[in-house]
Write a protein that binds this ligand. Structure first.
Ligand SMILES: Nc1ncnc2c1ncn2[C@@H]1O[C@H](COP(=O)(O)OP(=O)(O)OP(=O)(O)O)[C@@H](O)[C@H]1O
Ligand SMILES: Cc1ncc(C[n+]2csc(CCO)c2C)c(N)n1
Length: 269
């Protein structure tokens, strides 16, 4: 066995009854991207330490969040769900939305001069430099609306996982989540089986892997080679509550998010 450190992973942020507190080490910042809001957005928003909208993501909060609360006044919901920061190149946010949040006191950072990095990149840099992101307890970053949609955007979103391998970033859609498992660590993934799985995948997207070993999956790998053009692990199934992964390459871990098990009462505070 190697003496590599173990990195623990858990999607406990999806648990309705688990108040994500500072002691669990799962403090996170939320970035809302410019795609339909996943149904668990109000839950993630409630527990986030920092709430950012990437450019047109602000339109989504403004337009779609009130739809989660059909019996409440839309303006009251908009006032309650105020982003801390809107950052990006500001070519997608609507004028009325920008004016609304500026009036509420949201910090707006216009980086229209930078046309070489994405709005998601810009938001991640803000969080990394934030005083809330302390050396002793780093913020995890959750990004909603990162998958499904335009493939160039999806590829750009995956690229941020590789640009910031030391930052724990989880890309989310309504259907699944994706995160990077850096080769520097052995990984233990604790499955919230009421909320996620059973479908999962391990994908060597950046570089091929000569050797990957797993436990807890229906189709485990044992010093197995994976590469695009050869074998990659898609349509795998979670078999145990704890999955372990060790690889000589950075891998993407993806797991489905269950539609059932989360009622709207659970998801809206
Ligand atoms: N269709 C999509 N699929 C996946 N991610 C998306 C999609 N649309 C937007 N995003 C994400 O949301 C962020 C903000 O979106 P926005 O539409 O404001 O970007 P943009 O830079 O104006 O896009 P573009 O000018 O290329 O259309 C993007 O940086 C990207 O991370
Ligand atoms: C080689 C190359 N390809 C595309 C872009 C364009 N681009 C990349 S990120 C971004 C900002 C989107 O908000 C834009 C316009 C570039 N600069 N360089």
């Amino acid at each position: 066995m190697s003496a590599m450190d173990v990195m623990l992973h858990s999607s406990s942020f999806l648990l309705p009854l688990n108040p994500v507190d500072d002691t669990t080490g799962t403090r996170y910042a939320l970035i809302v991207l410019n795609q339909s809001l996943p149904r668990f957005t109000p839950l993630l928003w409630e527990h986030a330490k920092l709430r950012l909208c990437a450019d047109g993501g602000a339109n989504r909060i403004y337009d779609e969040l009130p739809l989660f609360f059909p019996h409440e006044d839309a303006l009251a919901i908009r006032n309650r769900y105020k982003p801390d920061v809107i950052k990006g190149d500001m070519d997608s946010i609507r004028r009325d939305v920008l004016d609304f949040y500026v009036n509420l006191g949201t910090k707006v950072i216009d980086e229209s001069q930078d046309q070489d990095t994405t709005d998601l990149d810009k938001c991640i840099l803000y969080i990394r430099d934030s005083t809330l992101n302390q050396e002793t307890s780093r913020l995890q970053i959750l990004a909603t609306g990162a998958l499904g949609g335009r493939f160039d955007h999806e590829a750009g979103n995956l690229n941020v996982l590789y640009r910031y391998p030391d930052t724990r970033i989880v890309l989310l859609s309504d259907d699944c989540l994706i995160q990077l498992l850096p080769k520097s660590h052995r990984h233990e993934i604790h499955i919230q089986s009421s909320l996620e799985g059973p479908h999962c995948g391990l994908i060597p997207i950046g570089t091929p892997s000569a050797k990957t070993t797993t436990s807890g999956l229906k189709w485990d790998l044992t010093n197995t080679e994976m590469r695009f053009g050869g074998l990659i692990s898609t349509s795998n199934l979670v078999k145990e509550e704890k999955i372990t992964v060790e690889s000589d390459s950075d891998l993407l871990w993806t797991i489905s998010i269950k539609k059932t098990g989360l009622s709207i009462e659970d998801l809206t505070p």
